[in-house]
Write a protein that binds this ligand. Structure first.
Ligand code: HEM
Length: 402
């Protein structure tokens, strides 16, 4: 028996799979709460040859801050040797650091703030379009539309193709072990996105617009260390931005609305005190972390008592970090009066979310505008949620008096 297998024996083994078929909303969070209750700082699963699942907030943070031990060459725990390289998320320092410098300005606090008034106008316009109906599927009709329109503009991609983009996004991020057992749908989605971007990049090269501010227009002349970035790397980066930008705010805002639809006292406070929304957003991010990331060990090491072997796979689920009672009193309870908390829902260490300023602002704007225009609403039925690396609701049927 290898040493890891011996260490694994000492560690509780749980029935965890990364991408189960859709389950009733919040059951993935409850399942992770259960794993945390039986094993600290880690449990293990036998899925895909076995991997560690870290359950302690402080250990998860430490792992994310140690790229020397925990490499980003993988970020999906079931794929130890992935046939793709998403940039910058799958790079380690020092290469990663150069890409962060290159990309930083597109999602900076200043650039984000300059978009705020337009975002309020857009959110209000979209919600006004729904208000008279008295019902909607929040996910399809709003959560997937509002942040996507903003993101497509930043990228320089056509809004008319949003449905097709969402289909590709679904193929890459929402399939599960039953619907895509060999991962071919997922790879097909990535291929479709890259083929699309290759065409768009070629078009921008043929007709460059020196005044254009969007990411794709800038990407055609990206340089690192004074050398042009290769076409393959440009496409790998645009693919990652596509995945990060199109699905995350949709997922996070759907959990926020699910919480507010089913907790009328919290909703009443948001309606009565719109200035509370930025703080409420942080608390909702803490309590419902949607990103469950992963790493691969670069060497043998003892990591918080776990005997790690080079090549071991591990997931660092932010859902366990945000709901850890040892880090936050009564962590499973959403409490808008909680003192300002530092959560890990945007990650930690070198790969901390590049789009966090944008995501935060979008969440604040959409909660403020929604509750200004539709303050009272209810859940029609408990929806399903999907697992994977980014959790989200499949739908969120809401109704209100119109
Ligand atoms: C509520 C919404 C969002 C959440 C919860 C979120 C969460 C995260 C997390 C946890 C990571 C780190 C993953 C890891 O360490 O493996 C990350 C990375 C990243 N996020 Fe976000 N994200 C959100 C929205 C966005 C948006 C709107 C963008 C815009 C494009 C974005 C762009 C990125 C990028 C580029 C990275 C990789 C950074 C790097 O590798 O250095 N994210 N995000």
């Amino acid at each position: 028996m290898t040493e890891t297998a011996a260490g694994a024996r000492a560690c509780p083994v749980v029935d965890y799979v990364l991408a189960p078929p859709p389950t009733p909303a919040l059951s993935l969070f409850q399942r992770m709460d259960g794993h945390q209750a039986i094993g600290r700082p880690a449990v293990r699963t036998d899925e895909a040859g076995g991997y560690w699942i870290f359950t302690d907030q402080s250990v998860i943070l430490d792992g994310l801050q140690r790229p020397d031990l925990w490499s980003n060459s993988v970020i999906v725990p079931t794929e130890s040797d992935p046939p793709y390289r998403w940039i910058p998320i799958m790079l380690d320092p020092p290469e990663h650091t150069k890409w962060r410098h290159l990309l930083g300005s597109y999602f900076s606090p200043g650039r984000t703030k300059a978009m705020k008034a337009d975002q309020h106008r857009l959110a209000a316009e979209l919600i006004e379009g729904l208000r008279g109906r008295g019902e909607c599927d929040f996910v399809r009709d709003f959560a997937q539309v509002f942040p996507s329109i903003i993101f497509l503009e930043i990228m320089g991609m056509p809004r008319e193709k949003l449905d097709e983009f969402m289909q590709w996004e679904h193929m890459i991020l929402h399939e599960n072990n039953d619907s895509d057992p060999d991962g071919s749908v997922r790879l097909g989605g990535m291929q479709a996105v890259q083929t699309y971007f290759a065409g768009l990049v070629a078009e921008r090269r043929a007709n460059p617009d020196p005044r254009a501010q969007d990411v794709v227009s800038a990407a055609i002349s990206w340089e690192i260390d004074g050398e042009p970035v290769t076409d393959a790397d440009v496409l790998n980066c645009l693919l990652l931005l596509f995945m990060a930008g199109l699905d995350t705010v949709a997922g996070q805002s759907s959990y926020a609305l699910l919480h507010l639809a089913t907790n009328p006292a919290d909703r009443a406070r948001i309606v009565a005190e719109p200035e509370l929304v930025p703080h409420a957003v942080e608390e909702l991010l803490r309590a419902y972390p949607i990103v469950q990331t992963a790493r691969k060990a670069t060497r043998d090491a003892q990591f918080h008592g776990c005997p790690i072997k080079k090549g071991d796979m591990a997931t660092f689920p932010l859902s366990a970090a945000g709901r850890d009672d040892e880090a936050y009193p009564e962590a499973k309870r959403v409490d808008f009066d909680r003192e300002m908390v530092r959560h890990l829902s945007f990650g930690g260490g070198p790969h901390r979310c590049l789009g966090s300023h944008l995501a935060r602002q979008e969440l604040v704007v959409l909660l403020q505008e929604w509750h200004r225009l539709i303050p009272d609403y209810e859940l029609v039925q408990v929806p399903l949620e999907h697992g994977g690396g980014v959790w989200g609701l499949e739908s969120l049927p809401l109704r209100w008096e119109s």
